[in-house]
Design a binder for this molecule. Structure first.
Ligand code: IDP
Length: 139
């Protein structure tokens, strides 16, 4: 059965551009309930661990640099079929390929600076939420 929770980050590009409010509004208007929320800045070690699955990829250094250059807003979201529905809401990794109206189509600048993260499985949603939030910060 599909899980009810997913994890997201509003990435440094979207925070810098002042799009936090608009993105959270689109998320909640799309039926997701925010059950955890905070602004933080990842350290290099944080970003290297969070994105460890990509550490052999040519863009890894660029990705770590980008994700640590300023604050992010991280959140845990609740909805039936949360992971799949949230991936649909954010759109394809590359905003050029993202569907009209998706968050990445509206707010992302490039395949690297693509405004938001969304977990790609229920297991990763649990791991990523626990990476960013303690039990006392999730409701
Ligand atoms: P996803 O975020 O849509 O799941 P992944 O392939 O898991 O996409 O990539 C993780 C993140 O790495 C992307 O969201 C993006 O920020 C960055 N990234 C992916 N591909 C590239 C690339 O070709 N160049 C630069 N950054 C990339």
């Amino acid at each position: 059965m599909a899980g009810k929770r997913t994890f997201t980050m509003i990435k440094p590009d979207a925070v810098e551009a002042g799009n936090v409010g608009a993105i959270l509004e689109q998320i909640t208007a799309s039926g997701f309930r925010i059950v955890a929320l905070k602004m933080t800045q990842m350290t290099t070690a944080d970003a290297e661990e969070f994105y460890a699955v990509h550490n052999e990829r040519p863009f890894f250094g660029e990705l770590v640099e980008f994700m640590t250059r300023g604050p992010i807003v991280s959140a845990v979201l609740e909805k039936d079929n949360a992971v799949e529905d949230f991936r649909a809401l954010i759109g394809a990794t590359n905003p050029e390929d993202a569907a009209e109206g998706t968050i990445r189509k509206k707010y992302a600048k490039s395949v690297g600076e693509n405004a938001v993260h969304g977990s790609d499985s229920d297991e990763n949603a649990r791991i990523e939420a626990a990476f960013h939030f303690s039990g006392r910060e999730m409701f």
